[in-house]
Design a protein around this ligand. Sequence first.
Ligand code: SF4
Length: 233
Amino acid sequence: MAEMPPMDDRALKARGMMKQRNGDLFSVRLGVTGGHVTAAHLKTIGELAERYGCGAVHLTTRQGIEIPNVPYANLEPLARDLASAGLTLGLTGPRVRGITACPGHICQHGLGNTQELAQRLASAVGDRTGLPHKFKIGITGCPNGCAKPIENDFGVMCVAKGYRVFVGGQMGKKARLGDRLSFTVPNVEALIRIIHASLDWFCEHAAGRERFGSTIDRVGLGSLVARLEPLAG
Ligand code: SF4
């Protein structure tokens, strides 16, 4: 077996390998979009959890999957086998995080295909890094809001004529509900323009390492709306 490199907790965390409190064990986060995982991938994840962890997985509050209790020596073999199976690691840090979504169009209340939208948005902005802080996107298929759009930095709600958008939501020590934008976004192309512009505005206006909602509170929602509204047409 190849010699393991020296342990670098921060670098490992950025790759989705979080050190646990109990010794040198790690919890390995997988990349999941829209809470959608194929049966074949679920089977593989189970097998890898048995081979490299403790035979169990943890389902996160944001529809993610983590394999806990992985010894340091097993991290790289696990990452290699995940990649071979077409699975990705759930990268952490100041970047767009895994996008959550409710079932959407298969739900009897659904007004849009949230799963397809989650994939489109992940392709469009999922690799945006170098942000002031983490940036969470949540998509919900109707105003019932099961995917909690107002708790995400950027929340999308399918409505009859497009998308309603909420900005600046967050949970945690400093909870903040997202602000609803005054206009409706008519299609996916405009939505992608608006997310990119939101990320640009965030990078330009953030004071150091702060969440999107804090930047909105400090600079003013009007500044953001003035940037975004012309892109909705
Ligand atoms: S938000 Fe609406 S579409 Fe999505 S799961 Fe809830 S009720 Fe169904």
